[in-house]
Write a protein that binds this ligand. Sequence first.
Ligand SMILES: [Zn+2]
Length: 159
Amino acid sequence: MELKSRPRRRDFITISSGESFSPFHYSVGRFGSQFLTELRDHKRFMGMRCAGCGRVYVPPRPVCGPCFKKMDDWVEVGPNGTLIAFTILRFAFIDPETGQKKPVPYGYGFIRLDGADTQLQHFLPVGAKPPKIGMKVRPVFEEIRHGNLRDIRHFEEIA
Ligand SMILES: [Zn+2]
């Protein structure tokens, strides 16, 4: 069969997956659990240092990628850091973690905590003064923390 004309938009078939609710839980592992427990209980960022190359990973991981060495050297980093890159979101979408639309605009950036060699991704407030690459930032913690990255509300510029 040969198409004689391009299909119009209303001719496209759409299929609905229906009402799906699929909550799931997964382990963040031994290193992730330690990292999130320190954040929750002490507002402290802990990274993992490689004995081979000296890189400090935040969030921590068990093996250094470049060296392929197992790591077990916890080091405290931050809490302040530097904004490495960011974007500003102006289109509301449903946050898969909460099921709610996050009010726009808001920033999302890569933050390198002082003493770390990797970046953490997190939210940035967007006010009258937009974020800029290289600005020094600090975390703003939630009063009630649950042991996940949302225990940090966002990172804000250090005035
Ligand atoms: Zn290494």
